[in-house]
Design a protein around this ligand. Structure first.
Ligand SMILES: Cc1cc2nc3c(=O)[nH]c(=O)nc-3n(C[C@H](O)[C@H](O)[C@H](O)COP(=O)(O)OP(=O)(O)OC[C@H]3O[C@@H](n4cnc5c(N)ncnc54)[C@H](O)[C@@H]3O)c2cc1C
Length: 361
């Protein structure tokens, strides 16, 4: 790594890349490093196909050196802002308000994850408390999505628990709901434990959870959550997982997703008061859900579709026009890098936006 950085430094300082300020020197350095990453990515696709590219992008989403390069490179934000509502609470609320006007609900996410200090975790908690106050003041019934690793799970389980409890208390006092996002499989068990502590032991009826169809364990997890009358979002899963815990083939994930959707929209789930959120942009998954709903005469009021801000806009509007409930996940904040990289990994074609932004400069 060291030798490639110094090569980049030398190139950036050479006559070819004469710059007039430190800012443009660092921009040039970013451009060169970026180009190297691109070349490696193109090589990986040519050699091993899209699956490899996905793995590389997920790896890069966690690499702090890559975060530094990408976030210091202005065109990156131009592309990332397609998926991120802005950097401030006000921008997120403004987007949610606009969507509400189009008949679309929101769940707002203050971006951040895997914090390393208690101060960072507590700052995130305080920011989300303000977000809850702002949502309440706006009069909207938007939800909030949080990640336990943002609240300190990687430092101390009790810290995350205490922070989540404060968020749930504030949300409850405003009549709002909080959903715990699901992170990588190493955190599945502890995330479910903390969810249950809040929902069942401490009686917070305003907390929800997410299940990833890609994991083998999810049939069992879902069965138990249905018995408990939980509030569940079903997703395919955004993390790169080993074959020991998750289906390696997309076709198997898709099959599991259809099965899980049908479980969540089954008689037992509805009898137990389960609130189901079918979170996908995949037209095949949406059609399978709609087929099941029609076949079983399930009311559109009994579930909702969820999608991510900036993806599948046509489909969102089409579902609303057909009378279905749609909620968008609206991320905002400055810590957009890992979220953005996961969106690239889901659809490597998004990389071309990057390339064109790179050359537009
Ligand atoms: C509301 C919501 C909340 C989520 N919460 C979590 C969570 O807590 N934990 C977690 O692991 N994952 C979460 N995810 C992400 C999820 O796991 C998938 O990674 C993501 O939704 C892509 O899968 P898909 O179902 O859309 O199907 P895919 O098979 O990946 O995609 C189907 C089609 O959708 C479109 N599409 C999908 N992704 C993109 C993209 N990034 N850019 C452009 N088009 C795209 C493309 O047309 C693609 O062909 C969430 C997703 C949503 C919608």
């Amino acid at each position: 790594m060291q030798s490639s950085s110094s090569l980049v430094d030398r190139l950036a300082e050479s006559d070819l890349f004469v710059t007039t300020s430190t800012r443009s020197a660092s921009r040039t350095r970013s451009f060169i490093l970026f180009s190297i990453v691109w070349a490696l990515a193109a090589f990986a696709i040519a050699l091993r196909g899209e699956q490899w590219l996905r793995s590389i992008l997920i790896y890069l989403s966690r690499a702090s050196w890559a975060r530094t390069i990408v976030t210091n490179f202005p065109p990156a934000w131009a592309v990332a802002s397609r998926f991120v509502a802005g950097e401030s609470v006000d921008q997120a609320i403004a987007v949610a308000r606009k969507l509400k006007g189009e008949g679309i609900d929101s769940t707002i996410d203050y971006l951040g994850e895997a914090v390393r200090t208690a101060n960072e975790a507590n700052d995130a908690r305080d920011h989300i408390l303000t977000l809850l106050d702002e949502i309440h003041a706006s009069g909207m019934d938007a939800y909030v999505s949080v990640k336990l690793s943002q609240l300190g799970l990687g430092i101390d389980e009790n810290l995350a628990l205490a922070n989540l409890r404060l968020l749930l208390e504030r949300a409850r006092s405003h009549g709002l709901r909080v959903r715990i996002d699901m992170e990588e499989s190493a955190l599945t068990e502890i995330t479910l434990d903390i969810y249950r502590k809040m929902r069942l032991s401490e009686g917070f009826a305003n907390v929800g959870i997410v299940i990833q169809s890609s994991l083998y364990r999810s049939d069992d997890d879902l069965r138990r959550l249905i018995d408990e009358g939980a509030w569940v979002r079903i997703v395919k899963g955004a993390y790169k997982e080993p074959a020991s815990v998750a289906y390696p083939a997309k076709a198997d994930v898709d099959k599991a997703y259809v099965r899980h959707t049908q479980m969540l929209l089954g008689d037992a789930a509805r009898k137990n008061g389960v609130r189901a959120a079918i979170a996908t942009h995949d037209p095949a998954m949406i059609d399978a859900a709609l087929g099941w709903v029609r076949q079983n005469h399930i009311s559109p009021a009994d579930f909702e579709f969820q999608m991510l801000y900036g993806i599948a806009r046509e489909k969102q509007r089409e579902l609303v026009a057909q009378g279905y409930r749609v909620r968008l996940y609206i991320p905002y904040g400055t810590a957009w890098y890992p979220y953005f990289m996961r969106r690239l990994a889901e659809r490597p074609a998004n990389l071309w936006f990057f390339v064109s932004a790179l050359f537009r400069g």
